[in-house]
Write a protein that binds this ligand. Structure first.
Ligand SMILES: O=C(O)CC1=NCN=C1
Ligand SMILES: [Zn+2]
Length: 426
């Protein structure tokens, strides 16, 4: 049945973030394209027009009777949020490690003792495809309820071909059966499996020889990611894995300089990575090289908070001309959250980004980090009608009134998928 057109009218602020698909840098990260008394006309799942209500009255007033009218008076309307970095498909949970860290153990100590990523890998290998699908489906529901309509998901909790493929196949099913869009990344190089300790280079050979060709052949991933970290993969091993992925058409991403400074940001620029992730310990040279290469910095302030680490230098990166995106890093060990609104608030408080920059980092720049900028990330004619109406009046309140979920309505491809209006009435 054809959907009726939807007309969202009289938004106090319509943050369009319009103006071209390139990732925003410097002052461009502050340009929200705000329209006051804003209106959006949605038809067949697409945005057809965005402007003032007066402008859209002229164009669509005669068709108002056939449309579903949404009164956004006094409310903020933004593009659907985009989370460009999650480990959303995983089995089990690691709440005990949360307690261990509060008692003084470090993330890497737990991992080196066989916990951390290895613990989740055991639980993910044991889980069936159906179990992983059910658990991850609920996480996508939670993302949607926080205004997130597009999510990137990484494999990496198997680090054997069978389980890596299992995770990626679950993501394919989620993308087909859940309203949210899910963009898959292969991350067989998430850690070195315990059984390969001491034979790291042979395991890198196995990733290159056996895993990447199979993932590419089944078309299961758009990107290839590696945890370049002291005690995990060296910059040399990381380069080998990322260059091999490029040969199979998988764009490089890299978990860089998270725990120790290790030249990951420099490597990201050198291999032409679409984005580098974490960057808590990125060097000034690495930041400059990323700016020159146009590498997107995907910053994860909730992970820094959770690990009780200093957050990445988001302010310095924006001032140096690096395009910045933000993400939850949703994963069972270092950031078990689906709240992009909290991440935008932390982008301000712990990385000294402004509310406008944080919103661009969670929409257009995040969409650019997963090559989705032609479809989502801004409110412009021809893009998917992925939008959020928030129960607040302006974009600053999104970061200022923190720790609260302000979502009122979420539309995905023009369909209403979340509505808090009903909750308030009942
Ligand atoms: O701990 C995890 O499961 C996820 C993670 N990978 C690299 N840093 C954090
Ligand atoms: Zn991660």
């Amino acid at each position: 049945m054809n959907q009726r057109p939807v007309w969202i009218k009289h938004a106090a602020q319509l943050a369009t973030i319009a103006g071209g698909p390139a990732p925003r840098i410097r002052e461009g990260m502050s340009d929200l394209g705000i329209i006051e008394d804003g209106s959006v006309w949605i038809e067949e799942g697409e945005i057809r027009a965005a402007g003032t209500t007066a402008e859209l009255e002229k164009r669509y007033g005669s068709r108002a009777a056939e449309a579903e009218i949404i009164d956004a008076s006094g409310r903020l309307v933004t593009p659907g949020l985009v989370d460009p970095h999650t480990h959303i498909v995983y089995g089990g949970s690691r709440e005990k490690e949360f307690e261990m860290r509060l008692e003084g153990a470090t993330y890497m100590e737990i991992m080196e003792a066989g916990g951390g990523i290895h613990a989740t890998a055991r639980m993910t290998r044991e889980a069936t495809e159906e179990e992983l699908f059910e658990q991850s489906f609920r996480r996508l529901d939670s993302f949607l309820s926080h205004g997130v309509t597009t999510v990137e998901g990484k494999s990496g909790y198997g680090m054997d071909l069978e389980t890596e493929l299992k995770q990626l196949r679950v993501m394919k099913q989620l993308n087909e059966r859940h309203p949210a869009d899910l963009v898959p990344t292969f991350m067989g190089a998430h850690a070195v499996p315990l059984e390969w300790k001491g034979r790291e280079d042979e395991f890198v050979d196995l990733i290159i020889r056996d895993m990447l060709p199979k993932v590419a052949e089944e078309g299961l991933a758009a990107f290839n990611d590696v945890f370049c970290e002291v005690g995990v993969y060296t910059p040399g091993q990381s380069r080998r894995i990322l260059e091999a992925g490029k040969e199979h058409g998988l764009l490089p991403k890299i978990h860089a300089d998270e725990i120790e400074p290790y030249g990951g940001a420099e490597l990201a620029a050198e291999v032409g990575a679409i984005s580098a992730e974490h960057l808590l310990k990125a060097s000034d040279v690495g930041i400059r090289k990323m700016a020159e290469a146009g590498t997107i910095a995907c910053l994860l302030p909730a992970t820094a908070l959770y690990l009780r680490e200093e957050a990445a230098r988001g302010r310095d990166m924006i001032d140096a001309g690096v395009p910045v995106a933000v993400s939850t890093d949703c994963n069972p060990g270092s950031s078990p959250t689906t709240s992009m609104p909290l991440v935008m608030n932390l982008a301000c408080i712990s990385m000294r980004m402004t509310p406008a920059e944080a919103l661009v980092a969670a929409t257009l720049n995040a969409a650019c980090a997963i090559n989705m900028q032609d479809k989502v990330g801004s409110i412009e004619p021809g893009k998917q009608a992925d939008l959020v109406m928030w129960d607040i009046q302006n974009y600053q309140e999104l970061q200022y009134l923190f720790g609260v979920n302000h979502v009122m309505n979420v539309w995905k491809k023009g369909k209403l998928v979340i509505s808090k209006e009903g909750e308030i009435r009942t």
